[in-house]
Structure formats: C-alpha cells, structure tokens
Design a protein around this ligand. Structure first.
Ligand code: 1CP
Length: 347
C-alpha cells in the first residue's frame, strides 16, 4: 500500500482525492457479533498478545465495512503494563490500576522497555497485517496526559482531581512522568512504524480537561518533543482528544500533521482556527449512529460539504463507535460517505 493508491494517506498530506476517506475510532469492537464471540474465549489483553487473532480482529472492520484504513487492535494501556505498572481491563469500566502512581518513587520505578522484546506481539501483529491488508495500517499510542490520568487516578475519571493535584502540587514529579511517557511514546511509535504502521494516531482523549494555559505549561513541551522526534519517520501524525476545541492551535504548533476534531467543534470553525495547511479528521457525533437514517444522512451530508471544502479531510466520528451501534448502519454510512463525496467532488 503506497500513498499513490490510498485516499487516506493522500488526504493526510492534503493531496486531492476522488472521494473522502473513512475510518472510525473504535471500529473493531463490541458492536460486532464476531468480535463478541472472540471475546468469549479471550480477554482484550489476550487478543492483543496473539498476533494472528489480533490481526484478524484488526481486519474485520476493513472487510465488513469497507473503511479506507485499519487501526491496530490494541489498547493505550498495553505499553503501560510493559513499563511495569499492572492494570486490568474491567468489563463496562475500562482500565483499572490497583497501585496508582502518586510519588517520585513510583515514577522512578517505571521502566523504559524494549519494544522488540517486551511488546514483540504488537510488532508481529503489525508485520502480519502489512502483508494482509490492502488499506493503510494506523498504529497508535496514548499521549502522556491521557496515560498519566489512568496511571494516577487508577481508572477512568470525570474530573481528574488526583491527576491535577499531582500536576499542580508536584510539578517536578509531573515533569519526570511526562518525560518518561514521552520517551516511551517515541520508542514505541518508532517501533510501530519500523514494523509497518503507515500512520500514527496519538490519543490524548482526556486532555481537554485542561485549560489552554495549563496545557501550555504542563503538557505542550512533551508533545512538541514527541512530534519533533517522530516527524522524521515521514508518516502522518494524527492527534485527537475530546473537548479540545480551545487546544486545537496548540495541537498544531506542537507538530501534529492531522488533527482529530470532536463533534463539539464544527469543522468550519476548526478550519478558521487552524487554516488550510493541516489535515482534519472527524467529527460526526457518534450518537447520530443511533438516530433515524434520514437524520444521520442529512448530518453526514452537511459535514462532508464542510470538510471537503479544502484538501485534507478524513471522515470519522467525533469519538469512538458505541457498542450499541448496528453494524449495518456503519456499513451503509461508509457507502454513503463514499458515493456522496465522490459526487460532490466531481461537481
Ligand atoms: O473488551 C472490550 O472489548 C472492552 C472495550 C475496549 C476495546 C474494544 C477497551 C477497553 N479497549 C479496546 C480496544 C481499543 N482501545 C482500541 C482498538 C482499536 C479500534 O479503534 O478499533 C483503541 C484505539 C483503544 C484506545 C483507547 N483505550 C483509548 C483512546 C481512544 C478513546 O476511546 O478515547 C482509551 C481512552 C482507552 C482506555 C480504555 N480501554 C477500554 C475502555 C473501555 C477504555 C475507556 C475507559 C474510559 O472511559 O476511561
């Protein structure tokens, strides 16, 4: 798969395309009955650790929905386990850590792993997928703030009180943690690209809980360092977070080449803020997948007409697919985006 025959890779570098590329965050997962069947036998982590099954799960949405990119099936917590912090993925909750990080000693205990040794199964999955896929493979990692939020809170959170407590009251410890996670992300991102990932998405899902000033002081320097180190790899670097409307220009300055926008920010507003020299990805409200088809179609049309006004637009949701979504709707939506965007671009 080279850029010349991938509308996804072309859109990432703002080259003209004949139709809008589509993929969905959380496109492999519990809305799919075959995935649920596999999950009866294996836990999420067990799937990640078995390259053949993991590759099969990664390919499912490509084959069933006709999306234009695959995203590696994994979880943002996998490398955290390799750093020596044990976690568990609890049903209907998410990642849970029994002994969260609270002190300098805790941070010092985290180790920088060797991806080829400690996460060999991720790299082998990527290598296999590169031989199997006819669309590009997106690798991913969590970004430092979002990873730190799970590590410090010990699980999902609404207000990130403990995370912010550490950030504001022990800035030196926070900096050590950001630096260490930054180095891990650079190592892990490089290893994924070397194994065959053709784009990288950094999920900073929860960083929108920070003010722009706090982001600038406590997160931006690490993000800039990560992008400076990953840019020479020459693959698109996508940065996504929820409720990050006020942080979008900082995402751009940090060095992302594609910005994932959630549904709270209209694409035209994101364009006003970011200009036309960056690709945008998003941002249909995932709840619309459960709306009547005529409503979903009308909103999709509107979004495409805004997104396609400038080269460099990738259709996606504003966050992940919910488990209650009907797979047939996702399939129909993918086809609709393809046909409608092709007509619109041919005008
Ligand atoms: O067993 C299951 O199926 C449980 C649900 C699930 C799945 C399907 C979890 C637990 N992780 C995953 C896989 C996963 N995680 C992917 C697969 C690739 C794809 O998109 O198809 C990806 C990209 C992730 C990344 C991830 N994990 C993020 C960032 C993306 C986002 O949604 O914002 C986050 C925040 C996590 C943590 C996590 N893991 C699992 C859950 C339920 C959560 C979120 C918990 C919370 O709300 O804080």
């Amino acid at each position: 798969m080279s850029i010349s025959n991938s509308i996804f890779l072309k859109a990432c570098v703002r080259e003209p395309v004949s139709r809008a590329p589509v993929w969905y965050m959380r496109q492999a997962g519990r809305y799919d009955a075959d995935y649920r069947e596999i999950r009866k036998q294996y836990s999420l982590v067990e799937i990640c650790q078995r390259p053949q099954i993991c590759a099969d799960v990664t390919r499912m949405p490509v084959e069933k929905l006709g999306v234009d990119a695959a995203i590696l099936f994994s979880d943002i917590m996998i490398p955290i386990g390799a750093m020596g912090l044990d976690f568990e993925i609890k049903e209907n909750i998410g990642p849970v850590i029994e002994t969260p990080i609270r002190s300098k000693e805790d941070v010092n205990r985290l180790r920088l792993f060797e991806p080829g040794q400690d996460l060999w199964y991720v790299l082998e999955t990527i290598e296999r997928l590169r031989h199997q896929l006819h669309v590009p493979l997106i690798g991913f990692t969590g970004a430092p703030f979002t990873l730190a939020s799970y590590m410090i809170e010990g699980g999902p959170s609404r207000e990130y009180i403990e995370t912010k407590r550490l950030m504001y009251s022990q800035p030196d410890v926070w900096k050590m943690l950001m630096d260490k996670l930054g180095e891990m992300i650079i190592l892990y991102g490089k290893a994924q690209v070397k194994a065959g990932a053709q784009a990288l998405q950094l999920f900073d899902s929860w960083v929108g809980s920070l003010s722009p000033d706090a982001y600038e002081t406590y997160v931006y320097p690490t993000m800039k360092h990560i992008f400076d180190e990953l840019r020479p790899l020459g693959v698109p670097l996508i940065l996504f977070g929820v409720t990050t409307g006020e942080l979008l220009t900082q995402f751009q300055h940090a060095g992302a080449s594609v910005i994932g926008v959630d549904w709270r920010v209209p694409i035209r507003r994101a364009r006003e803020r970011l200009g036309t020299k960056i690709a945008l990805q998003g941002n249909l409200d995932p709840a619309l997948l459960q709306a009547p088809w005529n409503v979903l179609e009308a909103e999709t049309r509107k979004l495409l007409e805004e997104g396609l006004r400038h080269p460099g637009y990738i259709f996606n949701l504003g966050h992940g697919v919910r488990p209650s979504v009907d797979i047939q709707i996702l399939k129909r939506l993918t086809e609709f985006v393809h046909t409608y965007s092709e007509e619109w671009l041919a005008q």
